[in-house]
Design a binder for this molecule. Structure first.
Ligand code: ADP
Ligand code: ASP
Ligand code: MG
Length: 586
């Protein structure tokens, strides 16, 4: 007898007929002898309708009352779902988040789960009932209703699957599975038979709306097997798996974050601690910063740019203003009309020329790249908002993602839950959804190449990396700063053993383009790995402060959901490692 969690999204329960059809799926599973927990979203666009209603009453409705309001959507659907099962002659009980015992913190409208009690659900299951759980909601320690953030029913489902040690968590939705990119935007996108947790985490947090990214944090931490499949068609779907069981492709998917904002603090004195002051403020307001780029700077001053969701831009600007002033920045600029395009693949680090291929495709489409950051499994570029869809299409094609692969559904690897090591980490946590840092590693074998004064024209990054690739240099991190006065700065790291050749190649590239190459120092890269690195707003803060306190300057930063990399001077490597290990309790 298996225990199955089935989650039905809004479109899957949009009307009475669809609720009956979804209920029939749960009944069939139960009739086959399995224990079934169903997690349900609000019907159709009900949550949007409620948000809209609130806006008609007040410009700034209180977050507590928003949660009170929004949680009603799911309360309607669980009751109807249970009635549908009962009408078909089976036992069902609906439960709100509070009735289940989903305890969260008090961050209304984006609360995080602390703990879930299983007693009530287990008792009902043992009693032969199908349990219908309201998605997206919980209760804080004072009894207030909270919600987990838009799309949060996925997180309820996977978290319940984790604590109940379910055999599988099935996510029923309006697409056949996880695609190489949003199939509504690019019809040539293909369904993936499987994808790794890390890739799905990146794609989800970089804009792929098919799964709530926090649900994949749970899946990875607790080894929950997740199957995304269609509510309406009986087709195989997509299995989300640990990396060692998924196919390592250089590119698995492309994501678009349609509405990004960028803020730049200009000419900040380049000294330890500058970044810390800024990111502490943002973290305190729960604003998750994504691309962080600090250029190498001239005359002891540097520009610091970062991106935030466009919705958070106004608040981020309000906070950045005073910080910029106190740091002695000479200006503060921003842009709300941007989009972020990311390509994600666990096999990327081992494949050559991945970045070059992406930049070349964008260049050919005439799209100007405003900022670049990379991590081991993703490359993100910032482009003008209007260029977003064309950029996705160009990048998707550049990696041949529209083509069928040899991967067959029948060959889907068997899932072996790898619960032991993630659980070790989770045991140290106070709350189930806390940041889980696994390790901090030091790589002292890199050299940092920086071009300053590169012309800001479409294709310049493609051009540079084509030449770098031709010279056989293996590039690791890439960061391109936000251009100012028509000039951009581009940095990348190469193996230290290739330093001399890198200097020669870079010199040639710079000379041909009126740019300059800064010193090419040997550097140390420190990588903090774990789960929830970017979605927990305070991580950058926890990293910058202790380094600043020790007088260590950061040359480059890159973030991803599973990793945060910083580059420091080579001679500071060992010390930085000690400082960070202490800061993260490792
Ligand atoms: P639900 O209401 O079932 O939770 P969502 O609307 O939240 O459904 O998520 C499904 C939608 O996600 C799809 O209709 C699709 O347009 C969108 N989507 C975005 N990126 C992807 C992707 N890579 N693969 C599949 N669907 C995607
Ligand atoms: N009903 C909520 C929303 O629309 C939660 C969810 O559907 O996952 O965001
Ligand atoms: Mg959803």
């Amino acid at each position: 007898m298996a225990l199955v969690v089935q989650k039905f999204g809004g479109t899957s329960v949009a009307d009475a007929g669809k609720i009956k059809a979804a209920a029939a799926k749960a009944i069939a599973r139960h009739a086959a002898g399995d224990k079934v927990v169903v997690v349900v979203s609000a019907m159709g666009h009900q949550t949007d309708i409620l948000v809209d209603l609130a806006k008609q009453i007040s410009d700034r409705p209180s977050a507590r009352e928003m949660d009170m309001l929004l949680s009603t959507g799911e309360q309607v659907s669980v009751a109807l779902f249970a009635m549908a099962i009962q009408a078909a002659g089976h036992k069902a009980v609906s439960l709100t988040g509070a009735q289940i015992g989903i305890r969260t913190d008090s961050t209304h409208t984006k609360a995080r789960i602390r703990s879930i009690s299983t007693d009530n659900v287990r008792r009902l299951l043992d009693d032969g009932a199908i349990v219908i759980a309201a998605g997206f909601q919980g209760i804080d320690q004072n009894g207030n209703i909270t919600t987990l953030g838009r799309g949060g029913s996925d997180t309820t489902a996977v978290a319940l699957a984790a604590v109940l040690e379910a055999d599988v968590c099935e996510i029923y939705t309006d697409v056949d599975g996880v695609y190489t990119t949003d199939p509504r935007m690019l019809p040539e996108a293909r369904r993936l038979a499987s994808i790794s947790y890390d890739e799905m985490l990146e794609l989800a947090s970089l804009g792929a709306g098919v799964m709530h990214s926090r649900s994949i944090e749970f899946a990875k931490k607790f080894g929950v097997k997740v199957l995304v499949r269609s509510s309406f068609r009986d087709v195989p779907g997509t299995m989300i798996l640990p990396a060692d069981e998924a196919t390592p492709r250089p590119a698995s998917g492309v994501a678009l974050a349609k509405e990004e904002g960028r803020i730049t603090l200009e000419n900040v004195p380049d000294q330890p601690g500058s970044s810390h002051a800024l990111f502490t403020q943002l973290a305190a307001s729960g604003i998750a910063v994504d691309m962080i780029v600090q250029n190498v700077g001239q005359g002891g001053r540097a520009d610091i740019s970062f991106t935030v969701p466009a919705d958070d831009l106004a608040e981020a600007l309000e906070l950045a203003g005073p910080v910029a002033k106190s740091l002695g920045a000479t200006g503060l600029s921003h842009d709300g009309g941007l989009a972020k395009v990311s390509v994600v693949g666990v096999g990327m680090a081992r494949a050559e020329g991945v970045a070059g291929r992406m930049f070349a495709a964008l260049s050919k489409a005439g799209i100007n790249v405003r900022m670049i950051t990379t991590s081991e499994i993703k490359i993100s570029v910032l482009v003008d908002r209007n260029d977003g869809p064309a950029a996705v299409a160009a990048v998707h094609r550049a990696f041949g993602l529209e083509k069928e692969t040899a991967q067959e559904d029948g060959d889907m690897p068997a899932h072996r839950p790898t619960k032991s090591s993630p659980l070790e980490v989770v045991r140290r946590l106070e709350g189930m959804e806390d940041l889980a840092v696994e390790d901090c590693i030091l790589d002292s074998s890199q050299a940092l190449v920086t071009f300053t004064d590169l012309p800001d024209t479409p294709g310049v990054a493609a051009d540079v990396f084509e030449e770098v690739g031709r010279a056989g240099l293996f590039v690791d991190m890439i960061v391109q700063s936000h251009p100012r006065d028509g000039r951009a700065e581009l940095s990348f790291t190469v193996p230290a053993g290739d330093r001399d050749r890198a200097i020669e190649v870079a010199g040639r590239i710079a000379a041909a383009r009126g740019a300059r190459v800064a010193d090419v120092p040997q550097v140390a890269k420190l990588s903090i790995t774990g789960v929830g690195i970017r979605s927990h707003a305070g991580v950058a803060d926890r990293l910058f402060k202790p380094l600043a306190d020790e007088g260590i300057n950061i040359d480059l930063v890159s973030t991803s959901e599973v990793r945060l990399n910083v580059v420091v001077a080579a001679e500071q490597g060992e010390k930085s490692l000690r400082v960070l290990r202490r800061a993260f309790g490792l």
